[in-house]
Design a protein. Structure first.
Length: 201
């Protein structure tokens, strides 16, 4: 639609019609932008920002050349020269629309996803092994054993962890420590539920 209205601007001699067509061309450009800008997310969500930078970079170069070409085409300042400018702009837009319609795609591209590593375990398998390791620790089977002079077991849970004087005997896990270590003793004052005379100091 933008190309169509720009062609009208370049081919009409009616001032009101030219202004109206130019307004419509600029207005419909918003629909065009919202159409092809989203296409980056469709074909490659992981690299959408890179694709947007490349396409927007070429668009910026065209915007830099446009004033130079327009100045060269309107050297005399005649109305016929401006007709050629708007007609050329409409034809360029038509060319872009035809190219986009023929070659654009909204399907996820195969190169947009990383190649899976055959040596790397899937996430569910890693999580399953971690759960099995924790269950083995809770059942009293230490992951650290000595055979032929070598230490068996891997990870943080494979080594005995020091105790810091807490009364709680909680088994260590490979993810986090669940032993509570209070920074100060619990409060014993009763004045919070009474008056100031109930303080113990």
């Amino acid at each position: 639609m933008e190309a169509f209205f720009l062609t009208i601007v370049g081919s009409t001699s009616n001032k009101m019609l030219a202004v109206t067509a130019l307004i419509c061309a600029v207005g419909f450009s918003g629909f065009a932008i919202s159409g092809f800008n989203v296409n980056h997310l469709d074909i490659a969500p992981r690299y959408a920002s890179i694709l947007m930078g490349i396409s927007n970079g070429f668009g910026t170069l065209a915007g830099m050349l446009c004033p130079i070409v327009t100045q060269a085409m309107t050297a005399k300042g005649e109305a016929t020269e401006w007709e050629k400018v708007f007609t050329l702009a409409g034809l360029i837009h038509f060319g872009g629309v035809i190219f986009y319609a023929l070659f654009a795609s909204g399907e996820l591209q195969p190169w947009s996803e990383p190649t899976p590593d055959p040596n790397q375990l899937p996430a569910w398998k890693i999580r399953q092994q971690s759960i099995q390791r924790q269950m083995s620790i809770k059942q009293g089977n230490p992951p650290l054993s000595q055979a032929n002079g070598e230490l068996q077991g891997k990870g943080f849970a494979a080594f005995p962890q020091p105790k810091y004087g807490t009364a709680d005997d909680v088994q260590q896990t490979s993810f986090y420590d669940t032993r509570p270590e209070y920074s100060q003793p619990p409060a014993t004052d009763r004045y919070m539920h009474g008056t100031i005379e109930d303080r113990e100091y």
